[in-house]
Design a binder for this molecule. Structure first.
Ligand code: SF4
Ligand SMILES: [Zn+2]
Length: 105
């Protein structure tokens, strides 16, 4: 897959997974929306992850969960893993196995 195509595809996955997590855990529980359907914390994490995704030094890029470099700060990595787990399970429950297939953290 071409690098630019890969970046776009991974960005879409990040947006979807973080959006589900934020909606279910923050917005539905009264946390204020900050931008584009995300609270401030999730929006910032999304921007951080998109930047890492775009600037990944590995080509071809492995799935982040199989990566030996791990460019994420430990706290952010922990958070994104939690998000991927939550939204992955959410998608399985809602029949979106096609999306879970891409589960990359
Ligand atoms: S964790 Fe590894 S694969 Fe993922 S973006 Fe960072 S360097 Fe690339
Ligand atoms: Zn949120």
């Amino acid at each position: 897959m071409r690098k630019s195509k890969r970046i776009k595809k991974d960005a879409k996955i990040l947006k979807q997974f973080i959006s589900i997590y934020c909606r279910e855990n923050h917005l539905k529980k009264g946390v204020e929306e900050y931008k584009d359907g995300y609270c401030k914390e999730c929006y910032d994490l999304l921007q951080y992850s998109l930047k890492r995704n775009e600037n990944c030094p590995l080509d071809p890029k492995p799935q982040c969960k199989h990566c030996k470099v791990h460019c994420y700060a430990p706290k952010k990595r922990g958070k994104i893993k939690e998000i991927m787990r939550f939204s992955g399970i959410y998608m399985i429950k809602h029949g979106r196995l096609d999306m879970v297939f891409h589960y990359f953290f």
